[in-house]
Ligand binder design. Sequence first.
Ligand code: HEM
Length: 317
Amino acid sequence: MSEEKRVFPQSVTAHPGENVIIMVYKIKDVEGAEDKIKDFCGNFSAYMRSMLNRFPDSEFSSTIGFGAKAWDRFFSDLGTPKELEEFVPICGGKYTAVSTPGDLIFHIRAKQMGYCHEFATIIDMKLADVVEAIDETHGFRYMDGKAIIGFVDGTENPAVDLNPFDFAMVGDEDANFKGGSYLFVQKYIHDMSGWNKLPVEEQEKVIGRHKFNDVELTDEEKPANAHNKVTNIEDADGNELKITRANIPFANTSTGEYGTYFIGYARSFATTRRMLENMFIGDPVGNTDRLLDFSTAVTGTLFFAPSYDLLGQMGGE
Ligand code: HEM
């Protein structure tokens, strides 16, 4: 009897985490880059095991992902995940989802920032000569899991009654990349003074939920441009299409920078893209997400987070 091969995914469906470091790098065009990157892929599971062995109660996890250009440069001999390409910007009449560069991403989460930092130093130790930072953002869990704008974020993620893996991981439709995930990130900056001037009842209409207890507004109460209305999408048969979000707030009160780092893991990037099109272009056109009146996307990059099995192959196993 032939047994189906098991694949071991990265921790893409882990809890958003108490503390997060997100690092996006360019891989430099220098001698030795290819060897170091491949060596890092081959050893990634060992680095993870070591962290979990040293700090079993840390709730530590990290994912590694690659952008389309880096994939072509180093791993095209393994084929290419069907939907991995450089993010094509979405230009609506009013708002744009920009596309920004990124070869390599690390999404590190743990109970305490010290564990995230520990892993970041290991990455730095191994890759500093061959990478150049594009962005590093440190985020935190805010109160009861709120976005920095004061609303609980993540409630409608698949959980409890839906298998998160079904929505976050590639399946048999792209067999060589099974267990991988399309990781799309966007760094948003909020206009907090504008947002704070809105009465709470109006803010609730922007999000589509109550601020205090996270209860969803009724269909009658929810405007057509509420965030959870425009991002709620279905396939042709009426099945809800979901992704797994792990957004994280970040803030610097001195500089007045308040933001949301959007982190979405998907089985198919087409699902994430359709949500983005609904937000930035609108369906019907012009029905843009009201949240964008208070939020500006300053980055936008697509990565592929391979399974552990594939990472091993990428490392030459
Ligand atoms: C400014 C950045 C963003 C913020 C602050 C934000 C915040 C929120 C909040 C507070 C909710 C309601 C609670 C929940 O179900 O999670 C929500 C729902 C949701 N968001 Fe976002 N979000 C942002 C960007 C995005 C983006 C870029 C996407 C998709 C590409 C997205 C997809 C969704 C989805 C699918 C839901 C659930 C909709 C439903 O009820 O079915 N969000 N978001």
